[in-house]
Design a protein around this ligand. Sequence first.
Ligand SMILES: NC(=O)c1ccc[n+]([C@@H]2O[C@H](COP(=O)([O-])OP(=O)(O)OC[C@H]3O[C@@H](n4cnc5c(N)ncnc54)[C@H](OP(=O)(O)O)[C@@H]3O)[C@@H](O)[C@H]2O)c1
Length: 299
Amino acid sequence: MKITPHHAAPRATPLHPLRLAPRPEPHTSLVTGATAGIGRAIARGLAAHGSRVVLASRDRARGLEAADDIARATGAEVELLEVDLAEQRSIRRAAAEALERFGRIDVLVNDAAVWSVRRAETAEGIERTWAVNVLGYFLLTHLLTERLVASAPARVVNVASGLAHSLDLDDVELRRRSYRGVTAYAQSKQANRMLTRAFARRLTARGVAVSAMHPGFTRTEAFAKGGGVQGALAGLGARLFGKPPERGADTAIWLATAPELAGIGGGYFEDRCERACEHTDEAAEEALYALCERMTGVA
Ligand SMILES: NC(=O)c1ccc[n+]([C@@H]2O[C@H](COP(=O)([O-])OP(=O)(O)OC[C@H]3O[C@@H](n4cnc5c(N)ncnc54)[C@H](OP(=O)(O)O)[C@@H]3O)[C@@H](O)[C@H]2O)c1
């Protein structure tokens, strides 16, 4: 007689009818850039605070390695979400997957960023630094907004920088100006701070606190990845003088978790202190927000 799986393993009849209450969704933090540097330290810190952590990574192998490491170190539930933040198609697919898989999103940390000595464009034809560092933050936040609101009180932390200048709303992709990696990077980080206030105007009253922070000069591979002599020298400087990633991550973890910050949105922080931002201009922030809406097709 052919043994079918049905014969081999007859279904057991439970002694008591199973009436399990649905498991409550755990507090959930989604972190981009979590495979390396500051983002990885933020993810680990949030996991140590007891949050389920979703690592958004463009590379499955690097993501799994980070997830395994963080789960072992903290005992937390760690999940992987694959996304290439340079590509809007990928962000839309990943956001839809996140909404399907995770019932709540209490914290979103936008950390993933790049800088490059050479100008490059994404497969969608957008200057790469602008695509990842600005449109990546913008579109992911936009697509997850209603889930953050439904999970309120919720928080969004945008990892920005003290190096923030040169934003030209008529030339964000450096098509007219000659390309310099530092210009592309610094304008993207100025945009991170300005968009933080634009999102805060929309979301604070809906229970989502949106903040920006500067981690300080931190020992990561970000500079060396930029390429060229400039990248090598900055990378050496970071190795010699940068603070450890755990210290660079501290303010972001605090912004995501500190009870005293509940409901406070729109600030720019460094070393757990609010700093004055030299780019505070509501009209310019709204013009930037509208530009990002057009560039991501969500207007
Ligand atoms: N280091 C500093 O001194 C410093 C100072 C001020 C501000 N910051 C800010 O801190 C944040 C983190 O920088 P870091 O120094 O930690 O950099 P990092 O070590 O180079 O890490 C960058 C992270 O972003 C991810 N990433 C890059 N491009 C991506 C893409 N297209 N899709 C998905 N993920 C992508 C990387 O993933 P892969 O592993 O796949 O490459 C990596 O996980 C950035 O926002 C940066 O501007 C850093």
